[in-house]
Design a binder for this molecule. Sequence first.
Ligand code: F0G
Length: 355
Amino acid sequence: TQQWRGVIEEYRPLLDIPADTPAITLGEGGTPLVRSEWLSAVGKADVWLKIEGQNPTGSFKDRGMTTAISVAVHEGAKACVCASTGNTSASMAAYAAKAGLTPIVLVPSGKIAAGKLAQALVHGAQVIQVRGNFDDCLRMSRGLADHYPVALVNSVNPVRLQGQKTASFEIVDRLGDAPDIHLLPVGNAGNISAYWLGYKQYADLGRATRKPVMRAFQAEGAAPLVTGEVFPEPETRATAIRIGNPASWKLATAAAGESGGGFAALSDDQILHAQAELARRDGVFVEPASAAGVAGFLQDLELGTGPTYAGKQVVVTVTGHGLKDTVTALEWFGEVPEVVVDADIDAAAAAAGLV
Ligand code: F0G
């Protein structure tokens, strides 16, 4: 069989982009859908993980970036700009490098994971650290795109959602129908909006007989979609979703509402606990924000909130790779446990608890 061609060539007729758009691709999409035996047992359900950290730059952002950068090139752009909590900037920098565009990224100073910052820098982005939060950065990148010749590739650019919706297509293609329930983290709310677009399109085309209940989770320190109020000073250790005023607010509430789903908030401890459990029980290492769907599933089961899961097919999107943010992952252990022994088999056996 042929190698996966990236989401534009795999799904081009289903994407609302100009027909002759050249595909700037790194082979994104085609990510694993892996059954979680642990979560299936806990929820008495059939639970699958859509592992988006397997994309080329380690997050789901690559799906929308291939379309956004490809269309920007098609339109003659020379430079591109985005605001980011880290993953969008890493993705944009990589696709811009491939396309020969100049990438400019605006990030909240000191609030993005080191791995993501390294990606943006190494791919050659002009990284501008802003004294402010993501919402300030987004306002600024919109302003830059309004006044200067740079293409805005945040998810307020509808072309981003065209690429991102392909995750829904892949899930239905693999499972044979849409799942009953779909769980995911929400920050700026582009992803939930894109998934819903994809599920609706497949249902309209008759490729799925149903659409899932969309249930989405935020950190309690940055939970505007849960409370209905903007968070002027969002705060969470899940820095990827440290957003107080999501750009796709209306689309996200429509997705939750039309699907019979909704939003709920989680503590940072719940999120970090789910991250560790996912790593230890499923062998899947994700960054903190990416574990919010799993944390939310566990909370719903414990509190009896959300939809009925028993007997249902559930997909949980885990959005980004754990290697993005090793600092937060290691903080979980407090002091990093350090066992140093002489180069001696008996010493290693004793230290490993084998004797
Ligand atoms: N998970 C991860 C790992 C993310 O990086 C993001 C968003 C989300 C979930 C939430 O997705 O914004 O579509 O609701 N990261 C953006 C960024 C904001 O700049 O990388 P969303």
